[in-house]
Design a protein around this ligand. Structure first.
Ligand code: IPM
Ligand code: MN
Length: 355
């Protein structure tokens, strides 16, 4: 198969972890006979430094012309404590999602037996956890108008808006995913307070009739925040709006003890995007110590979701599991054993794929 992949390494450790994913993707291409070409674009703080724009048109053109985007991370501490900064790296990410039509963010949480003891939760609660969030990504309070301040600057407002159409397209993805999994869908909302949430609930209730094999539960977002810690095994597929999903998926990302390993996909149009859940980790940038496995597993998701190549995806996951059991890992999970460099882990994974 021919594949055109856009690479957006971004900021911090982004370039280092993307480089390892590229080694793995090239090895897969060689092994399975795929023609894979890469084009690199600027995004985030590094794009602001170079062009003044966190998502330059040139980058958008590269992404729009590709089959899939592999994204590293964005963010730089110099912007975090400056609420008055005119351009921010995050604006690039939001514009990219919107312009590429990536309305669904798929964030799985699953466990690795060799890492599960690192979970902040008790073992019996976390062993075997396996759920996935479908977070709406291009609507809600992130994009709603009006937003801003009054003339005196003493009041600020954001607007949460959802159309039925936006809810339906996201919810359908959740229903379809549930059908292929344990057939349980949880709609997360705040329907006891918010009008937008009531539209979500009503819309999902209507759709449920089309998926009689899926059991649907409706839960308030505050209760889900609690139950995710208390009994995360209760969940299979969860669907929710943009802001709730932002918050809950960060909570979800740490419960398995493997945050450095969690991948994600953003779907919704012909171009699909894949990125690790962790951020730009600026303290580690350039040191060759960052864990590349979440990005490598994002590349596995790419083969599955963008190219429907399950065998390639499974091989990557298997090799990542092997690196964990054989201890070919970076310092964050080395636990007293030898800590390998980011680049060494990438080399090892690629050679195992070919070997
Ligand atoms: C995420 C991030 C972004 C978001 C930020 C960087 C704009 O936190 O991908 O979850 O809030 O969506
Ligand atoms: Mn977030």
């Amino acid at each position: 198969m021919e594949m055109n992949i856009a690479l957006l390494p971004g900021d911090g450790i982004g370039p280092e972890v993307i480089a390892q994913a590229v080694k793995v993707v090239k090895a897969i291409g060689q092994k399975f006979g795929h023609q894979i070409s890469f084009k690199e674009g600027l995004v985030g703080a590094s794009a602001i430094d170079a062009t003044g724009d966190p998502y330059p048109d040139a980058t958008h053109e590269i992404c729009a012309a590709s089959d899939a985007v592999l994204f590293g991370a964005i963010g730089d501490p110099k912007y975090d404590n400056d609420p008055k900064a005119k351009v921010r790296p995050e604006q690039g990410l939001l514009r990219m999602r919107q312009k590429l039509g990536l309305f669904a963010n798929v964030r799985p949480t699953f466990t690795f037996p060799s890492l599960v003891h690192k979970s902040p939760l008790k073992l019996d609660r976390v062993e075997g956890v396996d759920f996935v969030f479908f977070r709406e990504l291009t609507g809600g309070i992130y994009f709603g108008e009006p937003r801003g301040r009054n003339e005196q600057g003493t009041k600020a407002f954001d607007t949460n808006v959802y159309s039925k159409e936006e809810i339906v397209r996201l919810a359908r993805m959740g229903f379809e995913a549930a059908q292929k999994r344990r057939k349980l869908l949880t709609c997360v909302d705040k329907a006891n307070v918010m009008a937008t949430s009531r539209l979500w609930r009503e819309t999902v209730q209507e759709l449920a009739a089309e998926y009689p094999d899926v059991k649907v539960e409706y839960e308030f977002v505050d209760a889900v925040a609690m139950r995710l810690i208390q009994w995360p095994k209760a969940y299979d597929v969860l669907i929710t709006e943009n802001l709730f999903g932002d918050i809950l998926t960060d909570e979800a990302s740490v419960i398995s003890g493997s945050m450095g390993l969690m991948p994600s996909a953003s779907l919704g149009s012909d171009v699909k995007l894949f990125e690790p859940i962790h951020g730009s980790y600026p303290q580690a940038a350039g040191k060759d110590i960052a864990n590349p496995l979440a990005t490598v597993l994002s590349a596995a998701m790419m083969f599955e979701y963008a190219f429907d190549l399950k065998e390639e995806a499974n091989l990557i996951s298997d090799i990542v599991n092997l690196s964990l059991t054989e201890g070919i890992v970076t310092e964050d999970i080395a636990e007293g054993g030898k800590a390998y460099k980011t680049s060494e882990v990438g080399d090892w994974l690629a050679s195992k794929i070919l070997g």
